[in-house]
Unconditional design. Structure first.
Length: 130
């Protein structure tokens, strides 16, 4: 059961199915892309929805950081987006997030919205604020 200060993480389709399953198994509240959207839902739609529900959005799609429409949506909706970056397979991606989950939560609740942060092997850093 989700406590009053436990965030919900929204996982976009780039993270696949094993990633949110692993988070849920670890007791983390997860909202998945497939549960709320069709497979072709554009980034601006799920980003705005994640912001509306105060979900912390997670993606592996680093190209989103350079999409004018995605950047506009992040800015206007005041989204919190974390991009998992680096050459990793699915299991490594899960391990990386679980390693830095506490730091992701600290950034998500301590940084002024909107922002994009990157989760790397060496830590979590805010990449862009609006």
């Amino acid at each position: 059961m989700k406590g009053p200060h436990e965030p919900t993480y929204f996982t976009d389709r780039s993270l696949g199915k094993r990633f949110p399953e692993a988070l849920a198994k670890a007791g983390i509240s997860v909202a998945t892309h497939d549960r709320y959207f069709g497979p072709q839902a554009p980034d601006d739609v799920w980003l705005a929805t994640a912001a509306q529900y105060d979900w912390i959005a997670l993606t592996r799609d680093a190209r989103i950081c350079y999409s004018p429409l995605a950047l506009k949506t992040i800015a206007e909706s005041k989204a919190k987006l974390f991009v998992l970056v680096g050459k990793m397979n699915g299991e490594q991606c899960i391990a990386l997030f679980l390693k830095w989950q506490q730091r992701v939560g600290q950034v998500a609740h301590g940084e002024s919205r909107p922002f994009i942060a990157k989760v790397r092997r060496d830590g979590v850093n805010v990449w862009r604020t609006f």
